[in-house]
Design a protein around this ligand. Structure first.
Ligand code: PEP
Ligand code: MN
Length: 345
């Protein structure tokens, strides 16, 4: 349930209600906005009488949350979560462009790619140092050396870094080098990893699992939020269907749907979502038009030579054209329009 406190409530009243709930065995997540204090109350229902709770000094109302996800729910937090990374933001109403190669293949190549994507309009830089490959014989990434190259690219370009972490033991190392930590599709339900990422002071980009429902995905986000990290970005990257012309089926309906269900930012990865370079621009524009908070796009200076995901990688010039078009489209999915439609429904 959610406890909404009255306007102008005192800190003492907030503490009293919180203590009361904690004494009953609930965990309380406070959201203190400029105008309102809201408590997300997590635990077995039925221990506290909601009417009694509503009568405590400073409480305005008690709202049950029917969905299984609580902290991720719009009922818990109405306002969009905006994630600040250095001078860049995700979730503030513009489409944040994250671009870079699938994997870091070497220093020279990556620095070249970093400069090229920055020039073409990228606001953040992606690259994999630990690669989850289907075959154990494929290139697995440069590991820490790759992270060092990324850090050098940030020095050079000023772009914040996004990279994937694959296991708990690498979290501290990855967190030391990059600005946003990615959980890949294959790890979306690695609950131990998610719990530990809840303890990290960096935003987490949580990709949708290949066969995950939207509810399962939000429950995965809930693991991170519930362990103490409020900065989760959801990334739609396509799901497995019977279709074989595309690598995955990009589920763009998830974007406006998630905007109703959750306050978390939602971005789209049309590269893994389609697996085909020629589909990346049209699906990026579609994602921007339906309200995505960002796009994550694979760009390689020479895709035919890429060590992974060449067929879905754009050349920098194509990415430059895409980013220009996205900027033109952005205004169509302004946040005001979303707010109105939510109120109507
Ligand atoms: C990636 O973004 O590098 C990646 C491996 O994507 P996914 O986890 O969506 O397959
Ligand atoms: Mn890739």
């Amino acid at each position: 349930m959610v406890v909404v406190m009255q306007k102008g409530v005192s800190q003492e009243q907030i503490n009293k209600v919180q203590k009361h709930l904690e004494a009953e065995g609930y965990s309380v997540h406070l959201s203190q906005g400029a105008k309102r204090t809201i408590m997300g109350v997590i635990g077995e229902p039925g221990k506290v009488d909601p009417q009694l709770l509503a009568s405590l000094p400073g409480v305005e109302k008690v709202v049950p949350i029917m969905q299984p996800f609580k902290l991720a729910s719009r009922d818990f937090k109405h306002q969009n979560t905006v994630i600040q990374v250095g001078s860049q933001t995700i979730g503030d109403g513009h489409v944040t462009l994250i671009a870079g190669p699938c994997a870091i293949e070497g220093r020279e190549n990556f620095l070249k790619a970093a400069l090229a994507v920055k020039d073409a309009g990228a606001e953040m830089l992606r690259g994999g140092a630990f690669k989850p490959r289907t075959s154990p014989y494929s290139f697995q990434g440069l590991g820490e050396k790759g992270l060092q190259i990324m850090a050098e690219a940030r020095e050079l370009t000023g772009l914040p870094l996004v990279t994937e972490v694959m296991d708990q033991k690498s979290i501290a190392m990855v967190a030391e080098y990059v600005d946003i930590i990615q959980v890949g599709a294959r790890n979306m339900q690695n609950f131990f990893l998610l719990r530990e990422l809840g303890q990290v002071n960096k935003p987490i980009l949580l990709k949708r699992g290949m066969s995950a429902t939207i509810e399962e995905w939000l429950m995965a986000a809930e693991y991170i939020l519930g362990s103490g990290n409020p900065n989760v970005i959801l990334c739609e990257r396509g799901i497995r269907t019977f279709e074989t012309y595309t690598r995955n089926t990009l589920d763009l309906s998830a974007v406006p749907l998630l905007k109703q269900l959750t306050h978390l930012p939602v971005i789209v990865d049309p590269s893994h979502g389609t697996g085909k370079r020629e589909l990346v621009e049209p699906m990026s524009l579609a994602a921007a038009a339906c309200g995505a908070d960002g796009l994550m796009i694979e760009v390689h200076p020479n895709p035919s030579q890429a060590w992974s995901d060449g067929p879905q990688s754009l050349i920098p010039a194509d990415f430059a054209r895409l980013s220009k078009k996205v900027r033109q489209l952005e205004s169509l999915a302004a946040p005001e329009a979303e707010d109105e439609s939510r109120e109507r429904s």
